[in-house]
Design a protein around this ligand. Structure first.
Ligand SMILES: Cc1cc2nc3c(=O)[nH]c(=O)nc-3n(C[C@H](O)[C@H](O)[C@H](O)COP(=O)(O)OP(=O)(O)OC[C@H]3O[C@@H](n4cnc5c(N)ncnc54)[C@H](O)[C@@H]3O)c2cc1C
Length: 469
């Protein structure tokens, strides 16, 4: 789609844009406006797109007006929730960005243990509101990630083994479709659409509000434990066996990481590459020490920060380490099991992290995630045990080629051992085959629903599902 017919500065174009601006409660930001340079930025500093217009929506009516304006003027549209997407799918060149960052209301209903969340919230907004009532919605591992993108792609994190993916806790959405209409979708109303948004990304419309089930989570026992790099093969083996048979209220993701040169990390380990597991136990706190005994017995951790803490503190523990604006490049795959060969390759590549911020994570997705059937949502890997992501990160754009080379060769080495596809929220712009591989047998049904609700593929700035012909 082109945007340029009205961008040439003609009187008609200006009139149309001015008319659009007067319909809005929110702000319309154009190139040349004082806020434009700041407003066009997304979390990944590697993304450098220049939209023609950015609409900071205040409510659903603004979203509807934005969708109608873009469609009537044949503009490309990008939907921006938290702006965290790796390949920058919350923005676009020359098109219209529907920026939801000012739609951040959260309302907890204690009588039903549910929480209604506006489409532009980040997880910290939700965690703060639900924690007041001793509740939490399963999300990811940082509090600055957007609810919109993370939820619509699935959502793996600290609570996955106990309470499932984020989509497994989604009860309803309010969504603005490509024709500008607004629907409620849940298991009774517009059930096909409700199925599709539980993993199908931003392909079906702009979600202006989410209704989640919230679960009892208050003080958890969690945090990172680090071991010397020399132990990484043994740790990977131990952790894999442990997490595959652990009670569902224990989560722990494996990482290769560099110890940041700041307190509270002990100085002797600053800038050392190490292997780690970041834990989150949601069971009885009185039993936490005995639960963690076998882990500490495996080998006494060099750095041990695991202990009792409020869930939002764990969720935001790494926020400061990864502020917006860093350069990010990542590659992902699902795995059933890591055999000795795969573990050797992990040790080889994981010990060569190219920069201090670069890392590799393996999130367990067994436990409650596997209680949901393979066709019950579009999420394509209910039978896999692990979601792996290799992440090259740095402050300096001059290192981008190094980040990409490392992440790509690490991914290539491990890919033959994978279950086939990667998690849509952690792949880059990798082409149609990778999108299909992420959804496996659920892709054709997604394509049918896309054809019904968005036959022109108006919402295509995403991990795109092509409308079935
Ligand atoms: C530092 C970091 C940590 C992360 N940790 C995790 C993690 O622990 N677990 C996990 O599952 N994922 C994680 N992710 C991946 C994350 O889920 C994706 O990057 C996701 O796309 C981010 O959502 P967003 O709303 O912030 O992004 P945006 O860039 O705003 O949007 C991403 C995509 O979602 C669509 N979208 C966003 N909001 C809406 C909406 N309201 N309606 C319709 N479409 C919408 C957009 O169209 C776009 O295609 C992490 C990402 C980063 C950068």
């Amino acid at each position: 789609m082109s945007t340029l017919s009205w961008r040439a500065g003609s009187k008609l174009a200006e009139q149309a844009v001015n008319g659009f601006a007067t319909q809005l409660r929110g702000e319309l930001i154009r190139p040349g406006d004082a806020q434009f340079e700041e407003a066009r930025k997304v979390y990944n500093g590697m993304i450098d797109k220049r939209p023609a217009l950015i609409v900071r929506c205040k409510d659903t009516t603004d979203v509807k007006n934005a969708v109608n304006f873009a469609r009537n003027n044949q503009m490309t549209v990008a939907i921006r929730g938290g702006g965290h997407n790796g390949p920058g799918l919350g923005t676009c060149d020359d098109g219209l960005v529907i920026d939801l960052s000012e739609m951040r209301a959260v309302q907890v209903d204690r009588s039903s243990n549910t929480v209604r969340v506006e489409g532009g919230c980040v997880w910290g907004d939700v965690d703060k509101a639900t924690h007041e009532f001793g509740l939490a919605v399963p999300s990811g591992i940082l509090s600055s990630t957007g609810v919109g993108g993370l939820t619509l792609g699935g959502g793996t994190g600290y609570l996955s083994r106990h309470y499932g993916l984020t989509i497994d806790n989604l009860l309803e959405v309010e969504i603005v479709l490509a024709d500008g209409s607004c629907l409620t979708a849940n298991s009774n109303a517009n059930a096909d659409l409700f199925w599709a948004v539980r993993g199908g990304g931003g392909n079906f419309g702009v979600v202006t509000s989410f209704l989640f089930k919230a679960n009892p989570v208050e003080i958890v026992y969690g945090g990172p434990m680090f071991w010397p790099l020399e132990l990484s093969a043994d740790l990977l083996r131990f952790w894999q066996d442990f997490i595959l048979s652990a009670p569902e209220n224990i989560n722990g993701w494996f990482a290769f990481a560099t110890v940041p040169p700041v307190a509270p990390f002990p100085e002797q380990y600053h800038l050392q590459k190490m292997c780690a597991v970041v834990w989150c136990y949601t069971g009885d706190i009185a039993e936490a020490e005995s639960t963690f005994e076998p882990i500490r017995k495996f080998s006494s951790p060099a750095i041990d920060f695991a202990g009792p803490l409020p869930f939002p503190a764990l969720q935001s523990m790494f926020d400061a380490l990864y502020p917006a604006g860093l350069q990010w490049y990542w590659r992902a795959d699902f795995f059933n099991h890591f055999d000795d060969k795969a573990i050797d390759l992990h040790v080889k590549h994981g010990s060569q992290l190219p920069t201090m911020f670069s890392t590799m994570h393996i999130y367990p997705i067994n436990g409650a995630v596997q209680h949901v059937g393979g066709q019950d949502t579009p999420w394509g890997y209910r039978d896999a045990n692990f979601a792996q992501v290799i992440v090259g990160v740095d402050t300096d754009p001059n290192n981008n080629a190094r980040l990409q080379d490392w992440a790509h060769s690490y991914w290539q080495a491990l890919h033959p051992f994978s279950a086939g596809g990667g998690y849509v929220n952690m792949i880059m712009d990798e082409g149609e085959d990778r999108v299909k591989a992420a959804y496996r047998d659920n892709y054709p049904r997604l394509a049918q629903i896309k054809a019904k609700h968005d036959p022109q593929n108006f919402f295509h700035v995403n991990q795109n599902i092509k409308p079935a012909q």
